[in-house]
Design a protein around this ligand. Structure first.
Ligand SMILES: Nc1ncnc2c1ncn2[C@@H]1O[C@H](COP(=O)(O)OP(=O)(O)OP(=O)(O)O)[C@@H](O)[C@H]1O
Length: 227
């Protein structure tokens, strides 16, 4: 995302209806197993708990040869060590996020719900980046004008997904008047496509610099070079 310096409106949070089951499944497979169920953890705990009780009832605890310390820890799971990230992913998938996205940037999604693509009306294509096309659009829920950045995934390569995930994670953390704000994401549970929703900026730095009418002051030049 280039440096954009003129803020006009804010967007709402966003999601999409289009279902792309095959592609989504493929990407999930490539990005890694993002199973959202915690059932296996529960079963292990119950089974081990029952085994432990049986041993105590039979008084057979001491009959077993002592295992190495590390092995004992692995065979007796601590209920407090259940996997919170998996729980979080489960909640996020239930909320409508696609598993492949929660797998790569789940932490950056917290507090958001996905918006549907049909709640935006595209007005015009306004730009293109390395991994994206950018559209001016109207948020039909709020009436605000936003910039929708449609991310392209190159042959479902995990690297391009991770690249996009890094951008989301960093933008979600940034809160600075000179950095355009990421307002939300448009996607859905079975979808592969993803739009980032930004405040719409009337101008960008490159456009202003190219304009003969605009003269930057020295402090402005210093500041933009620093950034
Ligand atoms: N929030 C926005 N408001 C208005 N126009 C925007 C906004 N975001 C992007 N654009 C336009 O879209 C163009 C492409 O932006 P994008 O952020 O995808 O790519 P980039 O930062 O130029 O390149 P890269 O993808 O390599 O980071 C920008 O140069 C700008 O003209």
């Amino acid at each position: 995302m280039g440096c954009v310096i003129s803020r006009e409106v804010q967007s709402g949070i966003v999601s999409e209806v289009k279902e792309e089951k095959g592609l989504s499944a493929e990407l999930s497979r490539k990005v890694g197993d993002v199973s959202t169920s915690n059932i296996d953890v529960g079963e292990v705990e119950i089974q081990n708990g029952e085994k432990q009780r049986e041993k105590e009832e039979n008084g057979s605890n001491d009959e077993q040869p002592r295992k190495a310390r590390g092995e004992r820890r692995r065979s007796k799971p601590n209920p407090r060590l259940s996997n919170p990230p998996k729980n979080l992913r489960g909640e996020q998938v239930a909320a409508g996020w696609p598993p492949w996205l929660t797998a790569v940037c789940g932490e950056a999604l917290s507090g958001w719900i996905p918006r549907k693509a049909d709640t935006f009306e595209k007005i015009d294509k306004i730009g293109q980046g390395t991994y994206s096309n950018v559209y001016k659009a109207k948020d039909m829920l709020t009436g605000k004008i936003v910039a929708l950045k449609k991310v392209r995934f190159d042959n479902l390569e995990p690297e391009s997904v991770k690249f996009m995930a890094r951008e989301i994670i960093i933008l979600r953390r940034l809160d600075h008047p000179n950095v355009v704000k990421l307002e939300g994401l448009v996607t859905s549970r079975m979808s592969l496509s993803l739009y980032l929703v930004f405040d719409y900026m009337v101008h960008d730095l490159a456009g202003l610099a190219a304009s003969p009418e605009i003269k930057f002051t020295e402090p402005q030049v210093r500041s933009s070079l620093f950034e």
